[in-house]
Design a protein around this ligand. Structure first.
Ligand code: K7E
Ligand code: CUA
Length: 674
């Protein structure tokens, strides 16, 4: 029935005609679909949009959107086309429902680094374990052969130079890595097409040699007058363990960059595999200092006509590192600027001033850089870049000696799109889609058919208005080598007049756009009631193959059977030693065993909790009043929590998930004696 209806509701056709063709049965027989639509004030187009996005109860969405949660520090998983929120994954910010950051060992390790004695301990840690938020910007799903493989997700923290790693086997964050020498981050995360590396580069350059835990001495005069000498950016290739997905600093490397403000970055693929591209602004190296008589940063950083696209040959960088031509800085191998220049692995190309977004086309042949203040996107041809490098077709060098390729030699064309172009995604029919922040629109333009047009064959072919002020956009698999077309999500910063008033802090607005036809069509709005989302990736839902339950006794920290897992309540026990009470606790519907634990004031209480159920969705919680302990225990999971019994009294711990008819009875006592 639905199928029939879809087939007879082409865009703009009167709903009356559509309903007439599908016969009775709509609206449960109580009212015709046309009456229902009318009673809800829906136009025929509205009703058609509803049908295009509706997912019937019990049905599944075709796609999943992994959206950054901005300064909520989370990642949000949203079903498409229904635009229903499926899950919020805590990454940089504690979140009690998932038991993330409230005593569970795996979550403390993710947020603070491995505990002493565990593998990875002593590697680059956070800046003291007290950071409890991040600004998540750019998610990167892992790839195999340039396609999403559904295994892992990485996301950067714009506020800090950190990367969060989410294992999509259980949708939990396993690692938050402070990248050495970065204070803030922006360029990436992208995964190389084989996920050998994930890349992140600095946003605002940091003091050279910056180490967050040590700090660095500096003066106002240094900042204002020695900026080009004392600040540096870094392009970072973080090695990914191919079995676990974890990031390994020891196998990683960085390339030192000038202190321009490196902005976004994208991975070469196909013909450009082995290269990375980072755009930048503030080639002027403006320092700010309004009260010191300097122009505001936005003025100081807009003096020159050009900024720089950074072109990095990371495969060459890999060889340079293997040959030992690196220095170690804050625990990571660094190729200095001098070495990068001498080895010919770093080139610049002029970008019209103050750009944003650098986005590589599916075959890796074109690189789109958006104008932000200029209505054009500039498209670089990778073949032209290679030729200009081979011919040493330079217009000079920058003040650090990096060769600058001739603009005309590397640009394949420019396309006028509209006001405020920012980010670009691609589809499966040779089109690019660019967000227009100032114009509040998405521009669709052609890369040519097939993707090898003559120069300047890039043409604007369609535009759709959005509401309002779009930042990123995401098409289905739109940054891989095999985009799928069909849908586009506009991620809008402003939602004024779109949603019910919930106070002066307005939701952001996601909009679903149908890109399957020649004209883009807006289908649905989704208010986003969390931190400002930036980038998102839109993946076919069946790419993700998460566990429905953990295999028995698995620790989320290792994804292997925990040595402290127990098989049933027969194995439950309490072991005491001086100053420590250690408990192996069984968790099932609807009791904890043991259900009474005694301790002395000052004891450290260590509880190894195993949910010994294997029934999907039989999740329990474990919360201890006043101890800041909240652990989620999914079926099969074994997790350890530790806290200090610092005050005498009885504490009624309980299960926080309504797991059964006798869930309310699922509680016990911790008795702390003087
Ligand atoms: Cu354009 Cu951080 Cu990706 Cu936001 S950045 S929009
Ligand atoms: Cu277990 Cu509620």
């Amino acid at each position: 029935m639905k199928r029939t209806l879809l087939m007879v509701v082409p865009l703009g056709l009167a709903l009356a005609a559509a309903i007439g063709a599908c016969g009775p049965g709509g609206g449960g027989g109580q009212a015709s679909l046309i009456e229902l639509a009318q009673s809800r004030g829906l136009s025929p187009d509205d009703a058609a949009r509803a049908i295009k996005t509706f997912v019937a109860p019990g049905g599944r969405d075709e796609y999943m959107l992994f959206a950054s949660g901005g300064h909520s520090g989370q990642v949000h998983v949203i079903g498409v086309p229904s635009m229903r929120l499926l899950k919020s994954i805590a990454v940089f910010t504690p979140e009690p429902w998932q038991g993330y950051g409230y005593g569970a060992d795996w979550s403390e390790e993710a947020l603070d680094g491995p505990a002493p004695g565990r593998p990875g301990a002593g590697a680059a840690r956070g800046t003291g374990g007290d950071l409890r938020w991040g600004d998540s910007h750019h998610p990167a799903l892992s790839e195999t052969d340039g396609k999403y493989d559904g295994r892992w997700l990485y996301i950067n923290d714009r506020a800090h130079g950190r990367i969060g790693f989410v294992d999509l086997a259980d949708f939990r964050t396993k690692q938050v890595l402070q990248v050495p020498n970065l204070q803030t981050s922006h360029g990436g995360i992208f995964a190389t097409p084989d996920t050998k590396y994930v890349h992140i580069s600095s946003k605002v350059p940091a003091l050279k040699g910056w180490n967050a835990s040590r700090g660095q001495s500096v003066s106002l005069d240094d900042h204002l007058n020695r900026y080009p000498d004392i600040y540096r950016g870094y392009s970072t290739f973080i090695a990914v363990d191919q079995k676990s997905g974890r990031m390994d600093v020891a196998k990683s490397f960085q390339i030192e960059l000038p202190p321009y403000t490196q902005d976004l970055a994208d991975s070469g693929k196909g013909v450009s595999y082995g290269y990375a591209f980072i755009n930048s602004y503030n080639a002027e190296m403006a320092t700010g200092g309004i009260q010191q008589g300097r122009p505001p940063l936005e003025v100081g950083a807009s003096q020159l006509d050009f900024d720089f696209l950074h072109i990095i040959n990371w495969q060459k960088a890999e060889q340079v590192v293997a040959a030992g031509k690196f220095t170690e800085l804050n625990g990571i191998r660094v190729i200095t600027l001098e070495t990068a220049i001498a080895e010919g692995l770093l080139h610049l190309a002029p970008e019209p001033r103050s750009p944003h977004g650098v986005d590589i086309a599916p075959k890796g042949d074109y690189i789109t850089v958006s104008g932000k203040l200029d209505p054009h996107a500039t498209v670089y041809g990778f073949d032209r870049i290679l030729k200009a490098i081979a011919d040493k077709n330079y217009e000079g060098t920058d003040r650090y000696g990096i060769p600058i390729l001739k603009f005309d030699a590397v640009v394949a064309g420019k396309v006028e799109l509209g006001a405020g172009p920012l980010h670009t995604q691609y589809d499966n029919t040779g089109h690019a889609y660019t967000s227009l922040y100032l114009e509040s629109a998405v521009a669709k333009w052609t890369l040519g058919e097939p993707y090898h047009p003559a120069a300047n064959a890039f043409k604007l072919v369609d535009k759709v208005s959005i509401h309002y002020n779009i930042g990123h956009l995401a098409t289905t698999h739109g940054d891989t080598m095999e985009p799928q077309g069909k849908y586009l999500i506009a991620m809008n910063k402003w939602s004024i007049d779109r949603h019910s008033n919930v106070g002066p802090l307005h939701p952001q607005n996601f909009q679903l756009i149908d890109i399957s036809g020649p004209k883009m069509e807006l289908l649905a709005d989704m208010p986003i009631g969390f931190g400002e989302p930036h980038y998102a990736q839109l993946v076919k839902a069946d790419t993700i193959k998460a566990h429905a339950v953990y295999p028995p006794g698995v620790s989320p920290a290792t994804m292997e059977k925990s040595p402290n897992a127990i098989a049933s309540e027969k194995d439950a026990r309490i072991v005491r030693r001086p100053g420590v009470v250690e408990v192996w606790m069984n968790v099932v519907r609807s009791h904890f065993t043991p259900d009474i634990v005694t301790a002395k004031v000052g004891d450290t209480v260590i509880i190894h909790l195993t949910n010994t159920e294997q029934t999907a969705d039989a999740t329990h919680g474990f919360a201890v009043p006043t101890k800041n302990v909240m652990v989620s225990l999914d079926p099969g999971e074994s997790t350890t929590v530790r806290f200090v019994a610092d005050t005498p009294g009885t504490y009624s711990f309980y299960c926080t998930e309504f797991c059964s008819a006798l869930h309310l009875e699922m509680q016990g006592w911790l008795i702390v004696e003087k």
